[in-house]
Design a protein. Structure first.
Length: 267
């Protein structure tokens, strides 16, 4: 008889991370039983059983039912292993991609919020920015604001963009700044890490931070353009309007933080 090192259920539980109660349950239903049962009824496991225990842990972790695992263990063959593992690998990689996407979006919100809280309300500063990837809508038609946003969402979905997650913004037409008319939204965009179809251009920007509800930022543009003129600067792009602190951070919409940035150059 070969010499084997046996582990008590407590030792096996500590090594594998499977609770003793769960091991007893697996034994009861015939899924995974100890290699030896002592005269005193104690369960003893061997090193060879660690691999199967890891298989059970892994398959349970990815949502495979106990019945499915038991069926596989009862009829396991190399072909069954190839089929099961290949299928689960594909599902796991898909889930990892989803989770990485969620992490990326969360990090985007963290980054823009950190920038926002650094500056005082109604502050304006000059900042040099690298080009930033965005997913940009077509030029907005003369439809209502709500219809334009819905059209943008549909356009994004058609191009494989997750409209539920990404931070968004609006491109404001700078040609209407000197008129008495309301500022015009030219395009909408999502702040994407990839899948971009355009970029915010690299350059020097005048950046304003203030607080208001969505669509109530017109007066802030006047402050920003006055600052630009007084500092001998010239506007050389449309404006980008975003809300880095919004319904995710406050219930009071009037406390949303709006960020307006426009590229400028020295006169």
């Amino acid at each position: 008889m070969k010499d084997k090192s046996y582990m008590t259920i407590k030792d096996f539980s500590r090594i594998t991370g499977i609770k003793c109660e769960t091991l007893r349950y697996y034994d009861k239903i015939g899924l995974f039983s100890p290699e030896l049962r002592g005269d005193n009824g104690y369960r003893y496991y061997t090193q060879n059983q660690l691999t199967i225990s890891y298989l059970i842990i892994s398959l349970r972790e990815v949502g495979i039912s106990i019945d499915e695992i038991k069926k596989y263990i009862d009829i396991r063959t190399p072909e069954q292993m190839f089929s099961l593992f290949s299928k689960q690998k594909k599902l796991i990689l898909t889930e990892i991609k989803k989770l990485n996407h969620i992490v990326s979006i969360m990090q985007s919100y963290i980054d823009i919020a950190k920038d926002a809280v650094k500056y005082e309300e109604n502050s304006i500063h000059i900042e040099y920015k690298k080009k930033e990837p965005i997913f940009l809508s077509p030029i907005v038609s003369n439809n209502t604001l709500n219809d334009s946003i819905i059209s943008f969402y549909n356009f994004a979905v058609e191009n494989g963009i997750d409209v539920v997650g990404y931070p968004s913004g609006a491109v404001i037409n700078t040609e209407s700044f000197d008129s008495e008319e309301s500022l015009l939204v030219m395009q909408y965009y999502f702040k994407v890490g990839y899948d971009q179809n355009s970029y915010k251009p690299e350059g020097k920007y005048a950046v304003f931070y203030g607080r208001c509800a969505y669509g109530e930022s017109d007066d802030f543009y006047k402050k920003l353009f006055t600052f630009i003129k007084e500092n001998n600067l010239r506007i050389c792009s449309n404006a980008y309007e975003e809300y880095p602190l919004n319904e995710l951070t406050t219930k009071d919409e009037k406390q949303y933080c709006v960020k307006i940035e426009v590229m400028v150059e020295d006169i």
